[in-house]
Ligand binder design. Structure first.
Ligand SMILES: [Zn+2]
Length: 235
């Protein structure tokens, strides 16, 4: 499938003073020669999709509303830092799994199980915009194609660096791995701690939320699933 990038000039100003580069409109050619828009992404680099100046202004208002003096030394540059941090923490919004995999797919033997364990996960819960973090384990059985090993953590980051819930994040990673290499089966297990539960609400500091997603043979075949779970536990 051919991909075509249309580059349109940016009309607005940039908060940081430097001109924002472009709108990118990613289109794909389908079978009959039709061209259908797949997604509209503003810019390709971290932060190009956010109006930093506007976010800084809003953060300043929040600081003021919680009773802070926005002009005191420690807080003067905080709105700018928060805006920059938000750009980074939501950078996954401007990426697709195809882009992060970037063609790093290789021929290999069929039917072997590949497991990458203990991938660090850092994300933001979409209900409170507070961090949740932990580990993720990804396994798949190939039909003859494997992913470059660094690409699995990149797929994890692509979906984690957005506002998320852990259940959806787990599923999106599994689906993206399956689609990238047409895997026979995929399993993802994720264990995370949620600051929205630890610092507020029920204030439980030691609970870990576990989620899993199993597709294809990992779903249909109990012995495949059991082998994956054994590898994940490191037994
Ligand atoms: Zn939350």
């Amino acid at each position: 499938m051919d991909a075509i990038w249309f580059v349109l000039p940016w009309r607005g100003g940039s908060a940081s003073g430097s001109p924002l580069p472009f709108f990118y409109l990613h289109l794909e050619k389908r079978g009959g020669g039709d061209i259908l828009p797949r997604q509209l992404v503003i810019g390709k680099e971290t932060g190009d999709f956010m109006n930093r100046e506007k976010v800084e202004k809003l953060v300043r208002e929040i600081l003021s509303e919680i009773g802070e003096d926005t002009q005191r030394d420690g807080l003067k540059d905080t709105p700018g830092r928060v805006a920059k941090a938000l750009e980074f923490l939501t950078r996954g919004c401007s990426k697709t799994p195809n882009e992060v995999v970037n063609g790093a797919i290789f021929e290999s033997v069929k039917d072997n199980m590949v497991v990458v364990r203990d991938i660090e996960v850092y994300s933001l819960c979409e209900h409170h915009m507070m961090p949740f973090f932990g580990r993720c384990h990804v396994g798949y059985i190939s039909r003859g194609k494997v992913l470059g090993v660094s690409k699995i953590p990149r797929i994890v980051d692509c979906f984690a660096a957005r506002l998320q819930i852990q259940e959806r994040l787990t599923n999106e990673i599994a689906r993206a791995v399956k689609d990238a290499i047409d895997a026979e089966g995929v399993g993802v297990v994720m264990e995370c701690r949620h600051l929205c539960m630890m610092m507020r609400g029920v204030e439980k500091q030691n609970s870990v939320m576990m989620t899993s997603a199993v597709l294809g043979s990992f779903h249909d075949d109990p012995s495949t699933r059991a082998e994956f779970m054994t590898l994940v536990k490191g037994v």
